[in-house]
Design a protein around this ligand. Structure first.
Ligand code: VGL
Ligand code: ZN
Length: 213
């Protein structure tokens, strides 16, 4: 795959210790993507990153709701919300971009999920699908039209970011080996990783591997 330095940007989604083994919401193999992403960061001229960034007591935490457990789903004013263990607490070391990530090409960092009553998986919109993070404007003003996404988790924040980006008219590619997913069970023995991939492929999102560059 040829990278166009004027149009292409690598997006690092939630590459934070809170989503890695030893963190609060560990994604299996989440730390294995760090060297792959550092290698990708030597190929792209431009990168941005997101950070999941929640206040203590955030509405997406099961601990904020009486008699609820992590991975239960509840109804929120903006729709169904999966509840999570407390994670990505703003300002804590585990909410930082992983310290082993080479940040010298990261030109913008977008934090999301800081509204106490509203979750945000996507880098573009909070989970009401309306409240913008500002990333769209930044990308357009900088002239980027093709996004290459990596990070955590494939089936939540990466998938929702890819879906919004495609909907907004960006060409979107997910670098699959530079992502890891949570994989909650879905009907018929499938997982949220399978259903997210299917939905994204149908929307025209491309899937590649880091060796394709
Ligand atoms: C994420 C669940 C809750 C993610 C963030 O980064 O995919 N997942 N908050
Ligand atoms: Zn979160």
């Amino acid at each position: 795959m040829q990278i166009d330095p004027g149009a292409d940007i690598l997006g690092l989604v939630d590459v934070q210790p809170t989503f890695m083994p030893g963190g609060e919401l560990p994604v299996a193999g989440g730390d294995a993507i760090i060297p792959i992403i550092n290698n990708l960061l030597t190929r792209f001229d431009h990168a941005f990153a997101t950070q999941d960034w929640h206040p203590a007591g955030h509405a997406s935490f099961a601990s904020a709701h009486p008699n609820k457990q992590p991975y239960d789903t509840i109804g929120m004013p903006y729709g169904p919300q999966i509840l999570w263990p407390d994670h990505a607490i703003a300002g804590t070391p585990n909410a930082a971009i992983h310290p082993s990530i080479d940040q010298h090409r990261i030109e913008a960092i977008i934090r999301k999920g800081f509204h106490a009553a509203l979750d945000s998986y996507s880098a573009f919109f909070e989970n009401d699908r309306k409240t913008p993070t500002g990333l769209e404007g930044w990308l357009r003003q900088r002239g980027f039209s093709r996004l290459f996404l990596c990070g955590l988790a494939t089936d939540f924040c990466v998938a929702w970011s890819a879906e919004d980006a495609a909907r907004l008219g960006f060409a979107v590619t997910i670098i699959e080996d530079a992502c890891r997913g949570i994989g909650l069970p879905e009907p018929n023995g499938r997982t949220t990783i399978d259903t997210a991939r299917e939905r994204l492929v149908a929307m025209g999102v491309a899937f590649v591997n880091s060796q394709d560059f």
